[in-house]
Ligand binder design. Structure first.
Ligand SMILES: [Zn+2]
Length: 193
């Protein structure tokens, strides 16, 4: 049976991310071997937004609230990648925090490039000392920072664990301070350790 027919059967002929059925096509979840296990069926709308970073309609992607619980690893992987892309919105970070994936699926999600990730101009995040920052790093604030929209000051010396790089802005990272997800400028942090 062709992959497309297998996917149609698996999904009930609807987009495995948002449930729509316009312009369905097979989308390989990289690194993909082209089998149904490594592909998902998605609609025109999802596919165009996945392939054109920056055009994401955040309301549309609320659909991930459901598809992230799919029992199909390929669907979870794609949901994780899109939530990661949209993580600057509080709701998607919250969903990511709730999401459960076994080690194998998580490794798949993190490997292979998200087709929407910036690949042409690779963005590198550098701290105040010139060290390269990665997702998951711990950083220390090197000055007191007023947090926009919050009522507290993030104090110099505060450790921020498990940072996320803002994918389209080399000057910004995100992390939790006082239980709140905030954007921090890379020039005001140094990598811990
Ligand atoms: Zn869709």
């Amino acid at each position: 049976m062709k992959v497309e027919s297998q996917l149609k059967e698996r999904s009930g002929t609807s987009c495995e991310l948002c449930g729509n059925n316009n312009g369905l096509s097979v989308f390989p979840v990289e690194p993909s071997d082209g089998t149904a296990d490594k592909c998902i069926l998605i609609c025109e709308n999802c596919s165009s937004q996945i392939n054109n970073p920056g055009t994401e309609d955040t309301n549309h992607w609320r659909c991930l609230n459901e598809s992230m619980w799919s029992e199909i690893p390929a669907v979870k992987v794609m949901a994780w990648r899109m939530l990661t892309r949209l993580r600057s919105h509080g709701w998607s970070q919250d969903l990511l925090d709730m999401m459960f994936m076994d080690d194998e699926t998580l490794a798949w999600a993190q490997s292979g490039k998200d087709d929407g990730a910036v690949t042409d101009d690779k963005i590198v995040h550098i701290d105040s000392n010139g060290s390269v920052l990665q997702n998951g790093d711990t950083v220390v604030l090197i000055k007191d920072l007023d947090v926009k929209g919050a009522t507290f000051t993030a104090k110099r010396g505060t450790s921020v664990r498990n940072i996320n790089l803002v994918w389209d802005n080399a000057g910004q990272i995100e992390g939790r301070v006082n239980g709140q997800q905030i954007v921090i400028l890379t020039k005001y942090v140094k990598k811990a350790g």
